[in-house]
Design a protein around this ligand. Structure first.
Ligand code: GDP
Ligand code: IMO
Ligand code: MG
Length: 426
């Protein structure tokens, strides 16, 4: 391993945190490059369970440099709270193992207010955001209004920029007779914590360049999943950043050179939180069982995740738009008790068949998945760490996925713990 990009290939929550944590053992640097605290990763290490939202999932490993790149939108209060929680759990976080891009855009309290109010007004068009202010923060970034980390060095600039942001959003709040946001309060609050966060700021592009020449082992960690990508996902039911592999470069300032692998993380079935198209969603008993057995509740909002079967048509698009070279498949154990396991190999509207995930088609809403069925293995795979010990029917399921997607499976996860993993290719 030298440089690997790890991304979710479905609608998020594929188990990226667990996979990155495992890969991080052999890495020098772990870089988050997009999203914010809409992400929620659960990592289980023995009896301890860690929940991460903004810190890279390499943070639990000792002597690793964790970097939060410019492509992330960062809520400084959430960051400090996460650092504090982890410190209490015995994780050491200092300037030596955490660097944040000086040019990162900050999420301010006004962003979540706007996010939640907009959602409350959207009726049937509700996106089901995490309410963390991610969309409004990225909007401010694109509109060139953001308060960026290095701005915190200049009190006057902080004041000027916060007023600009608040004035902009207050116009909208006023038009709906909502309570206006007080810029002074935000200015005071951000300045009171600025020293605690500015100490992590640095020029990430430069640091990564130096490590590139030293040939350090770098992991680029994506949040969300490709179907939530602002361009390639199920727009408008997406997040507000690019989640595809290309974002690893723009979201960190790293060069395109020397990437050895783009690892797509997939669940052995599919889930989605929030609204939007999900062709293989199962509203019946199977979906219910997948949710219960897979404990499919959001890490961030606690919302119930919608569940359904693996969708090879959707995954082919993800692999194509992200150049995924290898796969990690998680939660195989969740399928242990199913008599029949389904995989979507196409869609149908009436008698017409389709085998492409075009948004025009997906948005039609009345398409039915065409399934290939597999007999369930009906035995325990939980915690298995050797491929040979998997039941033959589970191997047949995995082989079919590999063959159809023309993409080798490197890792198979068989339980939430760091140790519950089968390595096929290192
Ligand atoms: P992420 O956002 O992609 O990192 O995924 P989440 O952490 O939000 O959701 C994945 C959930 O599945 C977490 O609760 C993990 O602890 C759990 N998990 C990960 N891999 C496995 C696995 O192989 N089997 C089981 N049963 N649970 C897993
Ligand atoms: P991780 O990194 C699953 C979803 C939200 C909503 C949509 C937009 O844990 O896989 P946002 O708050 O980003 O504006 O919400 O995106 N979403 C996620 N779903 N996992 C995530 O992250 C998600 N981050 C955002 O549920 O549908
Ligand atoms: Mg998650």
């Amino acid at each position: 391993m030298s440089k690997i990009i790890v991304i979710g290939a479905q609608w998020g929550d594929e188990g990226k945190g667990k996979i990155v944590d495992w890969l991080a053992e052999k890495a020098n640097i772990i870089v988050r490059f997009q999203g914010g605290h809409n992400a929620g990763h659960t990592i289980v290490v023995g009896k301890k369970e860690f929940k991460l939202s903004v810190l890279p999932s390499g943070i639990l490993r000792e002597k690793k440099l964790c970097i939060i790149g410019n492509g992330v939108v960062l809520d400084p209060w959430v960051l400090l709270k996460e650092i504090d929680t982890l410190k209490k759990l015995g994780v050491n976080i200092t300037k030596n193992n955490l660097i944040i891009s000086s040019s990162i855009s900050l999420i301010l309290p006004i962003h979540s207010i706007i996010d939640n109010l907009r959602e409350s007004k959207s009726g049937k068009k509700l996106i089901g955001t995490t309410g963390r202010g991610i969309g409004p923060a990225y909007e401010d970034k694109i509109a060139r209004r953001s308060l960026r980390l290095y701005d915190l060095n200049d009190e006057k600039l902080v004041e000027e920029k916060v007023r600009l942001i608040v004035d902009h959003h207050n116009i909208w709040l006023k038009s709906f007779n909502y309570k206006l946001v007080d810029a002074n309060e935000i200015i005071e609050n951000i300045l009171s914590i600025s020293n605690k966060i500015i100490c992590y700021a640095d020029e990430v592009w430069d640091i990564l360049d130096k490590h590139n020449t030293k040939d350090s082992k770098i992991l680029y960690e994506g949040a969300q999943g490709i179907m939530l990508d602002i361009d390639h996902g199920t727009y408008p039911y997406v997040t507000s950043s690019n989640t595809v592999s290309g974002q690893a470069f723009t979201g960190s300032g790293s060069s395109l050179k020397n990437i050895n692998k783009i690892l797509g993380v997939i669940k052995a079935y599919s889930t989605r939180v929030g609204s939007g198209p999900f062709p293989t969603e199962d509203d019946g008993e199977d979906g219910q069982n997948l949710g219960e057995l897979g404990k499919e509740f959001g890490t961030v909002t606690g919302r119930k995740r919608r569940c359904g079967w693996l969708d090879l048509i959707q995954l082919k698009k993800s692999i194509t738009v992200s150049g995924i070279t290898n796969l990690a498949i998680t939660k195989l154990d969740v399928l242990d008790s199913f008599n029949i396991i389904k995989v979507c190999i196409g869609y149908k509207i009436g008698e017409i068949k389709y085998t492409s995930f075009s948004m025009d088609l997906i948005n039609k809403g009345n398409l039915k998945p065409i399934y290939k069925t597999f007999p369930g293995w009906l035995s325990n795979t939980y915690g298995i760490t050797e491929y040979n010990l998997l039941p033959n029917k589970a191997k047949a399921y995995l082989k079919y996925i590999e063959k159809s997607l023309k993409c080798p499976i490197d890792l198979i996860s068989t339980g939430p713990d760091r140790k519950n993993l089968i390595k096929i290719n290192e």
